[in-house]
Each structure stands twice: as structure tokens, then as C-alpha cells.
Design a protein around this ligand. Structure first.
Ligand code: LLP
Length: 439
């Protein structure tokens, strides 16, 4: 299986993904190409469920669609028995069009529109995570007709600010006190929201949600958030007499992007969280709520590899040793993967068509956009030539999902590879697609 540490090879010395020859995939579907190992995504889904379900009696794992979503992915998530977190009308529409059971959807967002709320309530979305008091008013209006229509009330969770500052890139921190997401525990806003939700016909308050940040390497921030949220559950019980029936700890577990990088395995993450939860409930004399988790990156990142064709190569004199830098340009860049630009994200790379050769040449991988879109600052590969196929692993999350048409580059295709067979799940955009909406 392709991981950041190991790459399976075909007899021809090509990279193998999901049993398919990467060179053959590039020839068939073109480059840049996102290839996802479907078996690996399914294995991750099962590992996540197993890790939590084997340790705690009542759990839902909800895949965070923002990391990567298309019709095929929504169907896969359904087949694997995970719930699906959607954060916009577009993600919700994709899930519904894929036939995802609405009762297993959860709607997120810090600025949901009336349209999004109407769509969600109309479709029968299982849970809505309410971010703020204005949204609660809006939702109260939208859900007011449910009882008259003979439908059950809309289940809601209140999103709280856990007040935890996790160790990750500043642009993907969310749990700290100074944030746009959720309601403050310390100011009383979160408790006000609970009281308001409880007293609103058409709404059923079920629990609380907190998400601390993304690409976290251990459980420290989650454990701190858990304590704050359990204290809040006590406050809710004391104030309203209600028990928190659902406790959603969000997503955020990271993945290793580089060889040697260490990230807590999901099994140990689950052990840490469930042990702390059981103990935290016991000391506070709280009943066991249903535990919800929302992994995105940890489900899809490692299953993905992006394939690029090498183009222009140049040696540029630089002041630092050894005096020249070899720039290797590929046929994509910040439009298919903006993460290096946005978050200083790091990746490794290798040549998929010469995957068995010794990486003896230090190069800088650059994109083809009209700005300095360096994908990888420095990586050793076998002396590259134009036409080589460059593979960037661990690109299954937040790449296609964040892709743009900058410089009017068509977005790449996405292929699922499994047991030696590949299927196109998102077709490559064409030049005509680029002007489709132009008036
Ligand atoms: N739940 C909520 C409410 C979230 O906001 C997020 C991510 C997740 C779950 C899933 O988090 P994950 O397990 O994937 O860390 N574009 C950035 C990541 C932004 C994450 C936003 N929220 C990146 O490429 O690193």
C-alpha cells in the first residue's frame, strides 16, 4: 500500500496505486491527476469506526465532506456506515444527489443562509450544529412548521468555543477563545443558546459540539476541549435539568505528510478520548452521551496521490551552496493544491515512472502559475527529465476540495483505484467548462 514511507512498485518499476500502474493511469486520464486508493479510504473508515465502537457503547463517526467530496465519495461513506458532515448547500446537494440518507447528515457552518437551513430541514437532515444566536432565530422560523406537518422536531447541537489553543498552523486553529466559530462558554452565550433551543417549538436540543483545529498530531487539545465541554454539560444540567445526549468532539486528527513524521494512530487517539470521557462523566455524575467524531483529513489524505508531468527544468544560480538550484516545473500547482501557499504545507515527491531509482538529485518543485507557486521547496528525486511523472503522496484531503481555476487552468480529474481497476469519479474540466458561466 502506498504510504508516505513505502511505495509499492509494478514489475516495470512504476508506482502502483490500488493495484493500478500510475503510468498507465496518467496515460489514460491525463495529468495533473488525483488518484485515490479506494481500498485505503474504506480501510480508514473501518478503522475509525472500530477504534471508537470497540471502546464506547454509543458512537457515530461522521466523515467531514469538506476534505474531499463528490458523488462517489458520498456513496462510499454511506456504504461504510459513516455519517456525513456537510458545511454548505453545495456539499448538502452533493450528498442528497448521491442518495445519502438525510437522517445521517449533519449540517455545519458559521453563517448558514436561510436557503441552506430550508434545504436541510426540508430534506430531513438528522442534525444541525447551530453556530450562533442569529442562526437559532432563523432556524426557529424554518422549523416552526414541522409540528403542524406531522414531522418530528429538528435535532440541533450547539457549537461551543472550547477555549483551547492547539498546536497547528494558525490558519487551521479553531478552538481558541478568539474565533469566528461557535458560542462562548465563558460569556454565557452558549448557555443562552441552549436555553433558547430548549424553549423553541420545532427544535430538539440534543447536545453540544466543539472542534479545536485541524492536522493535530496528538490528543492534547481534544482532551482539554473534552473537559471544558463536560463542565458545560454540568452547567446545562444545573440550569435546565437536561442531560447532554450527544457530545461531538469534531475532527482534527492529522496525518504524517513526510517520512518520519509521527502522528498519534487513531486507535490510541480513540483510547485516550474514550478513557477520558468515561472518567470525566463518572466524576461529574453525568450519564453517557452518544459520542460523535468528525474526521476528514484522517480518512482521505493518505489515500491520495497527485500525478504531474514534469516540464521545464532549469538550473538557476543562487548565492547559497552549492551555487545552483534546479527548478522542476510541473503541469499543475497552486490551483490543484493551494496548501503550500496557504499553510506552508510540506510534501514529499518521487518519480512514479522511475520509482525504483535512487533519488540522487535535490530539486525544487514549482507549479505553472503566474506566481511563485512552489509545491515542494526541496526534495531528492532521480535526476528528472521532461516527461517524467511526478507523484506527490498524501494529497487526498483539501486538494481537489480547494482547487481553483486560477490562470484558467481546468480542474484535474479524480480517479478511484481499487484491486487493479480504476474508475473516473470526477471528470477533468475542459476549456469549454471554463467559459460556461461567462456572459
Ligand atoms: N468538523 C468541523 C466542524 C470542521 O471545521 C472540520 C475542519 C472538520 C470537522 C474536519 O477536520 P479534519 O479532521 O479534516 O482536520 N483546509 C485546511 C483544513 C481546514 C479544516 C477545516 N475544518 C487544510 O488544508 O489543512
Amino acid at each position: 500500500m502506498l504510504t508516505v514511507e513505502s511505495r509499492p512498485l509494478t514489475a516495470a518499476g512504476h508506482l502502483e496505486i490500488g493495484g493500478c500502474d500510475a503510468v498507465a493511469l496518467a496515460a489514460e486520464y491525463g495529468t495533473p491527476l488525483y488518484v485515490l486508493d479506494e481500498g485505503r479510504i474504506r480501510e480508514r473508515c473501518r478503522t475509525w469506526r472500530q477504534a471508537f465502537e470497540s471502546r464506547y457503547p454509543s458512537v457515530d463517526v461522521e466523515y467531514a465532506g469538506k476534505a474531499f467530496l463528490c458523488l462517489a465519495m458520498a456513496r462510499l461513506v454511506d456504504e461504510e456506515g459513516l455519517n456525513l458532515d456537510v458545511a454548505s448547500a453545495g456539499e448538502l446537494y452533493t450528498a442528497l444527489q448521491a442518495g445519502f440518507p438525510p437522517a445521517r447528515l449533519v449540517l455545519h457552518g458559521n453563517n448558514k443562509s436561510r436557503l441552506e437551513l430550508e434545504m436541510a430541514v426540508g430534506a430531513g437532515v438528522g442534525r444541525i450544529v447551530v453556530d450562533n444566536l442569529a442562526e437559532l432565530d432563523l432556524l426557529a422560523g424554518v422549523a416552526a412548521t414541522l409540528p403542524a406537518a406531522g414531522r418530528p422536531p429538528q435535532e440541533v447541537l450547539i457549537r461551543v468555543i472550547p477555549g483551547v489553543d492547539p498546536h497547528t498552523h494558525r490558519r487551521i486553529r479553531t478552538g481558541q477563545v478568539d474565533t469566528k466559530f461557535g458560542l462562548s462558554l465563558t460569556s454565557g452565550a452558549a448557555l443562552d443558546a441552549v436555553r433558547q433551543a430548549v424553549g423553541t417549538p420545532g427544535l430538539l436540543f440534543t447536545g453540544i459540539h466543539g472542534h479545536v483545529g485541524s492536522n493535530l498530531h496528538d490528543a492534547t487539545a481534544h482532551l482539554q476541549a473534552l473537559e471544558a465541554m463536560l463542565d458545560f454539560a454540568v452547567a446545562i444540567r444545573d440550569e435546565t435539568g437536561l442531560n447532554v445526549e450527544e457530545l461531538n468532539l469534531g475532527g482534527g486528527l492529522g496525518v504524517p505528510y513526510l517520512p518520519g513524521e509521527s502522528v498519534l494512530p487513531v486507535d490510541r487517539f480513540a483510547a485516550a478520548l474514550t478513557e477520558a470521557l468515561v472518567e470525566g462523566l463518572a466524576v461529574r455524575h453525568l450519564p453517557q452521551p452518544r459520542l460523535l467524531l468528525e474526521p476528514g483529513r484522517a480518512i482521505v489524505a493518505e489515500a491520495g496521490v497527485t500525478l504531474y508531468t514534469v516540464g521545464a527544468i532549469k538550473d538557476v544560480p543562487v548565492p547559497e551552496a552549492p551555487g545552483t538550484r534546479r527548478y522542476v516545473a510541473v503541469d499543475g500547482g497552486m490551483s490543484d493544491n493551494p496548501r503550500p501557499q496557504l499553510y506552508d504545507a510540506v510534501y514529499t515527491a518521487f518519480l512514479a515512472n522511475r520509482a525504483g531509482e535512487t533519488p540522487d538529485t535535490e530539486v525544487r518543485i514549482a507549479g505553472k502559475h503566474c506566481e511563485t507557486d512552489v509545491l515542494i521547496g526541496s526534495v531528492a528525486v532521480p535526476d528528472p527529465r521532461p516527461g517524467d511523472l511526478l507523484a506527490v503522496p498524501v494529497t487526498g484531503a483539501y486538494t481537489y476540495a480547494m482547487a481553483s481555476n486560477y490562470n484558467r487552468l481546468p480542474r484535474p480529474a479524480v480517479v478511484f483505484a481499487r484491486d487493479g481497476a480504476a474508475r473516473l469519479v470526477v471528470r477533468r474540466e475542459t476549456l469549454e467548462d471554463l467559459i460556461r458561466n461567462d456572459a
